[in-house]
Design a protein around this ligand. Structure first.
Ligand SMILES: [Zn+2]
Length: 483
């Protein structure tokens, strides 16, 4: 990475996405990538302030839906970890182990949590007694550690990432499924309606489930390079973990039964990546109103005392409903404008002496990249109005782009052509159960893509033949390249 002389992003998002993303992170000071362990990064204020807002919103939603917050230890004893066979098999290659306390070897190695099922269920065993305790809905915010074997990318895939994990226990499979539906709804309310990220929720095929899960559901968002990125996933873990950890409850009929467990994992740092990728443009970031680190920036373009006075007066009024700052740095006005556009500030107020004399205010809005000059008396009203439209405009634009990037393929040749266009493919497929594994492997080998799964909200029914083997199709699946 070369250090440039001039501030700003020098490549176009749709021409060189990878370089654009790296420059965006560095130029906007979202993370410093120079920390001296591979795959770990230092998150800087401009991303942390925004991710704090994301946490706050999501935690409020979870609590409203009955989840209680917990703080569990970061370390998990090896013996816990080994209790559920497929879980241990799936995660072992990625676990960081703590083996020493000082110079002394520990009696039992401790895993730095890659995910916390085996920590929570140990305690569920002690806490859950009867059907009255169910559903038992928990969550924690924290970071998890995975020694990724795939290439790491800042925010998208790093070896420590910041997330929320929910762990719930239910009386029946039906209740567990209801929880999964609630998790999917939460994802929509959070990712789409607040953050403006279009995505599709899939049930993953049998060969692509979370280690230890009975059914896995996951949201996929799409990047400009045509690759999908997995966002929150929610899992019905069935009774495998409750059996491994002996989590039972006494039911209404007096019988002891194993609970059904579910877990849901929205990774805040990765969702943040989708926010900046979805809305960012060639100039830089574009934050949805609700999670902008600063929502309004006032830029005085003269140091006349009238301008200073007006800036302070405006700030006082605006801070009643939005976060606002005045840029008093000694950069030239043009530099300031470019800087805050790059940083993705939703609204900028350019305050000059001429405007003040004419009782006017110039407002720049980043959703439409447009300047509006309004009478001073209407300034506050206008800013409030923009704040309400802002995210809706981002959502409209993002949905339009996303919709244009899903296409149907009738055979493998069409599939190959569509994938080259950077598009998600919809096609007929024989089976998402074990018997479809072979066809999925053919797709992967010939096109470098993956069968991402079926949609629960799919309207159309499969008619015709599997895109690979020509057997009658049982499912409509979506195929894409992924990270
Ligand atoms: Zn097939």
């Amino acid at each position: 990475m070369t250090k440039k002389n001039q501030e700003g992003i020098t490549v176009k998002k749709n021409e060189n996405f990878s370089e654009w993303f790296t420059q965006l992170i560095q130029e906007c000071e979202l993370a410093d990538l120079r920390y001296n362990i591979k795959g770990f990064l230092v998150f800087q204020p401009w991303s942390v302030l925004s991710m704090e807002k994301m946490y706050k919103y999501l935690e409020e939603v979870l609590q409203k839906k009955g989840h209680k917050p917990y703080w569990f230890p970061t370390v998990i004893p090896e013996s816990n970890f080994k209790k559920e066979a497929s879980h241990v098999k799936g995660f072992t290659p990625e676990v960081f182990w703590v083996t020493h306390g000082g110079t002394k070897k520990l009696e039992e190695p401790l895993a730095l949590r890659p995910t916390s099922e085996t920590a929570f269920y140990q305690m569920f065993n002690l806490w859950i007694r009867s059907y009255n305790d169910l559903p038992f809905k928990t969550y924690q915010r924290g970071s998890v550690f995975r020694h990724e074997t795939k290439a790491t990318r800042p925010f998208l895939r790093s070896r420590e990432f910041h997330w929320i994990e929910t762990h719930c226990a239910h009386a029946s499979e039906k209740d567990a499924f209801k929880q999964v539906e609630e998790d999917m709804q939460t994802t929509k309310e959070f990712m789409h309606d607040i953050l403006g990220i279009p995505f599709m929720f899939f049930e993953r095929p049998a060969w692509d489930k979370f280690p230890g899960a009975h059914r896995t559901f996951a949201a996929d968002a799409l990047n400009p390079d045509g690759k999908v990125i997995q966002q929150p996933s929610t899992h019905i873990l069935s009774q495998t973990f409750s059996k491994a950890f002996d989590v039972k409850f006494r039911d209404k009929d007096g019988e002891e039964k194993y609970v059904w467990t579910t877990c849901y994992g929205p990774a805040i740092s990765r969702i943040f990546a989708s926010v900046i990728i979805t809305h960012g443009d060639d100039k830089g970031l574009k934050f949805p109103w609700e999670i902008a680190p600063v929502q309004v920036m006032i830029v005085p373009i003269s140091d006349d005392s009238q301008v200073t006075k007006k800036a302070t007066a405006l700030k006082d009024k605006i801070q009643k409903f939005a976060s606002v700052e005045i840029d008093n740095s000694d950069k030239r006005p043009g530099e300031k404008f470019n800087h805050w556009e790059m940083k993705g500030i939703p609204i900028r107020i350019d305050l000059g002496l001429k405007d003040i004399k004419e009782n006017k205010i110039t407002i720049f809005r980043r959703d439409l990249n447009k300047k509006e000059v309004v009478p001073e008396k209407d300034a506050i009203k206008t800013i409030e109005k923009i704040s309400k439209e802002f995210t809706k405009n981002l959502i409209k634009e993002a949905d339009k782009v996303f919709k244009g990037r899903i296409k149907e393929a009738k055979n493998i040749n069409e599939l190959k052509i569509i994938i080259k266009e950077g598009t998600i493919v919809k096609c007929n497929f024989c089976s998402v159960e074990k018997d479809g594994t072979h066809c999925a492997e053919v797709i992967e080998k010939e096109t470098g893509t993956e069968v991402r799964g079926t949609r629960l909200d799919e309207k159309s029914k499969p008619s015709g033949k599997c895109v690979i083997c020509n057997k009658p199709a049982k499912h409509i699946v979506y195929v894409a390249k992924s990270y």
